[in-house]
Design a protein around this ligand. Structure first.
Ligand code: MG
Length: 374
């Protein structure tokens, strides 16, 4: 790993000017005054190929990483900030700094600590997810038990992940499918004026089932219905977030008419959104980074299931650290889209393995993640 790839938080966490891309490694701040040593680093993930969604295209993503160490045991967490909710790697780092007093308390009381972290301030769900992960990783390592086992989830169920194809020129998207390897289902990003060409192009190179994610890219309910019906005929088995989250009444209209399930992603951030949106969707995409961590995702999944919703666990562009946390609880979900680590070329961690399209959990304690970032 090149030193210049590290972006390290030094001094006052809120000082955004310290985080210019390409900044050299600095000594990370640490909790020297208390018993818990907290280290935060920002790191730029490089995408293997440009990552195109209906709302923009990226070649890198900057995430925030935290390591907590107490009583000789360390725990790791990752925040993949979501720009749509005004989060950045810097704001995540600043939140973690504010939450440091919570980390001085007994980390074994992880559920209590999670509530205290949440109460530190509003929003910053990715930072909260990072702290939840780090605390659970610490607990698991201390007890020498993997997180999936600690949560009583077993690993008998085979969990497979979709592989996401970002928006690009159609021949590039076709090549992404050819290069992807042996995935049973592809998730195709749509929500553009060229969606028919995109889907037809993908269908020309694979006969596998497809899922489509419009990321709020279609504007009217009539346009969405027409596209969804057309895609259903092409073997698309579900569609995510066809319309803007603000158009909830249009989702009511759509749900009565579509032939394939419509899933909420941008429409659902956290548990408090669920009662409002549940009647309008067939399923929901829960992401650790959106809802604030593993504990909240498990709670949200239970609530959504009781309301009859289908469950998908998704991810952002994340390293194997965040993906391993999601994989630990993926058996609770009907569908998994945990491929963020497969889309980057400089993953600083090793964790859950993806064999063909199967997520393989191991017996290592905590999140089971190793790496040389810290
Ligand atoms: Mg989505």
């Amino acid at each position: 790993m090149k030193r210049k790839e590290f972006l390290t938080l030094a001094g006052a966490a809120a000082a955004g000017s310290l985080f210019a891309p390409g900044a050299a490694v600095r000594d990370a701040w640490a909790g020297a005054a208390g018993k818990t040593r907290v280290t935060v680093k920002l790191y730029e993930l490089k995408l293997r190929q440009a990552w195109g969604l209906s709302r923009g295209t990226w070649t890198t993503r900057r995430n925030c990483y935290v390591r907590i160490e107490r009583d000789g045991v360390a725990g790791l967490g990752e925040a993949a900030p979501i720009a749509r909710y005004n989060e950045t790697a810097e704001s995540a780092a600043a939140f973690i700094d504010k939450a440091r007093p919570v980390l001085e308390r007994d980390l074994g009381d992880y559920a209590v600590r999670f509530g205290e972290v949440d109460a530190v301030g509003p929003g910053e769900h990715a930072a909260k997810a990072a702290l939840d992960m780090a605390i659970l990783d610490w607990v698991g390592r201390r007890l020498k038990v993997p997180l999936w086992k600690f949560l009583g989830l077993g690993r008998e169920k085979t969990v497979t992940t979709t592989y996401s194809i970002g928006i690009d020129e159609v021949p590039v998207m076709q090549q992404k499918v050819r290069d992807a390897g042996d995935f049973g289902v592809y998730k195709i990003k749509v929500g553009t004026a060229d969606d028919r060409k995109i889907l037809e192009g993908i269908r020309a190179v694979t006969s596998k089932p497809l899922r489509a994610d419009a990321n709020e890219g279609w504007k009217t309910k009539e346009e969405a219905l027409e596209m969804i019906d057309w895609m259903a005929g092409l073997g698309v088995e579900l569609v995510e977030q066809p319309l803007p989250a603000s158009q909830l009444q249009d989702y009511a209209w759509l749900k009565e008419r579509v032939k394939i399930p419509v899933f909420a992603d941008e429409s659902l951030i956290q548990a408090s959104d669920l009662p409002r949106i549940a009647p309008y969707f067939h399923g929901i995409n829960i992401k650790l980074m959106k809802c604030g961590g593993v504990q909240e995702a498990v709670r949200l999944a239970a609530m959504a299931k009781s309301l009859g919703l289908k469950l998908m666990i998704g991810c952002m562009i994340e390293s194997s650290l965040g993906i391993s946390a999601g994989a630990a609880v993926a058996s609770l979900f009907d569908y998994a889209d945990l491929d963020g680590n497969l889309l980057i070329s400089n993953d600083p961690f090793r964790g859950v393995r993806t064999v063909k399209d199967r997520l393989v959990l191991d017996d290592k304690p905590g999140l089971g993640v190793e790496g040389d970032l810290f």
